[in-house]
Design a binder for this molecule. Structure first.
Ligand code: PLP
Length: 441
């Protein structure tokens, strides 16, 4: 028997009982369940880094607005599918003030989390041309979006962009688009899981090629503004969060409220469809929807068919919060900066104990510290590393499920690790490092 912080035999038994034959390909929720069961049986509290949950309280102003709307009786009525007017207007203002883009409130539509935003986008963007096949993911990425594409029966393509940053992105991206099979491109910026941040040069390349090959860009800004190397926090003042909207006409921006506003439980996100795309007509849409108009198909086709709108009171909560953000009276970036500070400390604990950061650079610049970072350990595959770390009371997910080219990395999420666990994390990592001496060449 090995002497590890969590009983080695219990971990092995629980892994076997879970039926997960390979932890390297297990989903986030499967790892979450496994770790919760081990915690329950052993009583050892894990340093849990597997799931991207906010870890901060929701803003009171939003909660109060929700309660107020419920008291006034909104729960009795179906919400407008397009979204309530104040939310549409504040979303359009937000897009102007923080992205410097003009998008009419008409195209600013709430969805049940950004999860639904990507789902409806696939449902329409991937069906606008019968000769095309599906989405190109700029990976590593958020695995569930590929699951959505698969559920819909669309094809998808992907490549790991780490080796194709900067001007090199042009050739690689074009090699996919030239096939004529790509309907949409999706990426997150900052990137979940690596925290790479695409810059204006790269966004311009994506924009230029999307125009050339008539492809819709879905820009997922779930971690809006969280490149803490720059200050994107002042409404209406540069610098602004970089966006492809500066470089193309046909795009959809997804802004999740889950992380930036700690509003994950309310399942509401914002989708902003560019004016140009909203008005475009695609005859092939008539195969699925009653109209060939993109915007109309999104709202009265896909969204209607999925949920007929978003919870009424939640829309009032988010509208009120967004107004405060836009007016500059609620400074959301001040709240989430804590993630970057924790990441800085946690990364140093890992690297001081033999770990490496496989995705460590944004071109010539070290990556920002943010919500996620990546780790690897010399000589170990991601599956082995994950299994071993579980015995040391540390959980994460494998990069293998994210479309990464690497088979030796894990994604670590900082949000659910509290500062008072840093001591445990450090001692467990030290023990791990002692028990797994790194061979020197
Ligand atoms: C990149 C990315 N996109 C979308 C989402 C989903 O966001 P939501 O909670 O708004 O559905 C997440 C959540 O982790 C994410 O990381």
């Amino acid at each position: 028997m090995k002497n590890t912080p969590v009983d080695y035999d219990v971990v092995k038994r629980k892994v076997a009982e879970s039926g997960l034959t390979n932890l390297g390909t297990a989903t986030i929720r499967e790892i979450l369940k496994l770790v919760s069961q081990i915690e329950l049986e052993t009583g050892v509290k894990y340093v849990r880094m597997e799931m991207g949950v906010p870890g901060l309280p929701s803003p009171q102003i939003a909660i109060d607005a929700e309660i107020d709307s419920l008291t006034k009786g909104v729960s009795a009525y179906y919400p407008n599918i397009e979204g309530i007017t104040p939310l549409k207007e504040e979303t359009s203002r937000f897009v102007k003030l923080f992205l410097d883009l003009d998008i009419d409130p008409r195209g600013c539509i709430p969805t049940v989390g950004s999860m639904m935003g990507s789902m409806v986008s696939f449902l329409v963007a991937n069906r606008n041309n019968r000769t095309k096949e599906g989405t190109l993911f700029l990976d590593p990425g958020f695995p569930v979006q590929k699951q959505q594409v698969k559920m819909l029966g669309h094809d998808y393509y992907s490549f790991d962009i780490y080796e194709h940053r900067g001007a090199k992105l042009h050739e690689k991206l074009e090699s996919f688009l030239v096939t004529g099979k790509i309907s949409s491109i999706l990426y997150s910026n900052p990137n979940n899981p690596t925290w790479m941040c695409l810059n204006d040069e790269e966004l311009e390349i994506i924009g230029e090629l999307s125009r050339k090959y008539d492809v819709i860009v879905i820009e997922d800004l779930a971690y809006f503004g969280m490149d803490f190397r720059k200050d994107f926090s002042v409404p209406g003042e540069a610098p602004f969060q970089p966006t492809v909207g500066k470089y193309t006409d046909d795009y959809i921006i997804l802004v999740s409220s889950s992380k930036i506003f700690s509003y994950a439980g309310q399942r509401i996100g914002m989708m902003a469809i560019s004016d140009h795309l909203y008005d475009r007509q695609y005859p092939d849409l008539l195969r699925y929807y009653s109209t060939d108009k993109f915007g109309h198909s999104m709202v009265y086709g896909a969204l209607y068919g999925l949920s007929a709108g978003v919870t009424h009171s939640t829309q009032f909560g988010l509208a009120t919060l967004l107004k405060a953000v836009n007016d500059g009276t609620y400074k959301f970036m001040d709240e989430v900066r804590e993630y970057g500070e924790k990441a800085h400390i946690m990364k140093s604990l890992f690297t001081a104990n033999g770990f490496e950061i496989p995705y460590d650079m944004d071109l010539e610049e070290p990556l920002a510290d943010g919500f996620y970072f990546t780790i690897s350990y010399p000589g170990m595959t991601s599956t082995l590393l994950l299994e071993e770390l579980l015995c040391y009371g540390i959980s994460a997910i494998s990069l293998e499920i994210t479309g990464s080219k690497r088979n030796d990395g894990l994604r670590a999420c900082v949000s659910h690790v509290s500062r008072n666990q840093f001591g445990d994390l450090e001692s467990r990592l030290k023990m791990f490092n002692n028990d797994h001496p790194v061979k020197k060449n």
